[in-house]
Design a protein around this ligand. Structure first.
Ligand SMILES: O=C(O)CCC(=O)C(=O)O
Length: 275
């Protein structure tokens, strides 16, 4: 295993994120983009709303990303050798749209405990300050969970528009990535992202998240695939890897998983958002 260098790991532990980490070539990133755009073209609407989640269950190409050795080596450095994949989400910002992600902590609403888990953001396109890359508040992962106001803003790419207010951009680090690079972030780091002001799409494929086998889901049920090691806890139900792009069985399994995910995302909420 190669994994993170000592310096990268120290950065993750002190700041709550590490970036950039090389995972794919730019050609491979282009193949991933082509796969996403092929699905959008041939199955219109099928990556929208709740279906932007668990996309690794309907596409063998997207599934394979989750098993990428470079990513898993980095993840192993952070959470240890027994690793499960428990979800994926596409965060796409098209030019001329007003999509943004309010500042939030993932652990506030994902229900995964203890926090032996890490989120990997795969840059399918370049991500930079012009096209609305993620921004992290370094060191904020050491804080407790904060109050999040539920705003249900139509342009917010988060389910309930959950927002930590009054975060100054001056106190954030931009996560600038080339297509094919990834970043890793901690469950409690405060992060968000602004508008895409460029002329091209900004596409993030987010493995949300890799969990240690000792991590349970306290709000509902998640379907997992084993990435590495042994699962002696068996907290979660396993789900098969896709064989066919948008096959009937694949779509059925994605729906089953997303029905459960929806319950987690809206646990305790009277209102539902569009994702
Ligand atoms: O893609 C973005 O801008 C935000 C993604 C995010 O919040 C996350 O991966 O946890």
């Amino acid at each position: 295993m190669t994994g993170l260098t000592t310096k990268q790991l120290e950065h993750y532990r002190s700041k709550g994120y590490v970036s950039p980490v090389s995972a794919f070539s730019s050609n491979e990133a282009k193949e991933i983009r082509d796969e996403i755009e092929k699905i959008e073209k041939n199955w219109p609407g099928s990556l929208e709303g709740i279906n932007r989640n668990y996309v690794h269950l309907v596409s063998p190409v997207l599934n394979k990303i989750c098993f990428n050795k470079n990513i898993l080596d980095a993840v192993e450095s952070v959470i240890g050798k027994n690793i499960l994949i428990c979800g994926t989400t596409l965060f796409i910002k098209d030019p001329n749209e007003k999509g943004f992600v309010s500042f939030h902590q993932d652990a506030k609403y994902i229900g995964l405990e203890p926090y032996n888990w890490v989120t990997v953001w795969v840059a399918v396109t370049d991500a930079n300050e012009d096209n609305g890359c993620m921004r992290m508040v370094p060191g904020s992962h050491k804080d407790n969970l904060k109050y999040h106001k539920q705003k249900f803003d139509d342009n917010n790419l988060l389910t309930r528009g959950q927002t930590i207010e009054n975060v100054s951009l001056d106190n954030t680090d931009p996560i600038i990535l080339k297509a094919g690079e990834v970043s890793l972030h901690h469950p409690t780091i405060v992060h968000g992202s602004g508008l895409n002001l460029s002329n091209d799409r900004r596409i993030g494929f987010v493995i949300q998240s890799y969990i240690g086998t000792n991590v349970n889901q306290v709000l509902g049920k998640m379907y997992v695939q084993k990435a590495r090691g042994e699962d002696e806890y068996r907290f979660h139900q396993y789900i098969e890897r896709p064989l066919k792009l948008m096959g009937k069985n694949e779509i059925f399994l994605q729906k089953k998983a997303n029905d459960e995910l929806s319950k987690i995302f809206y646990s305790g909420s009277k209102k539902l958002g569009k994702f």
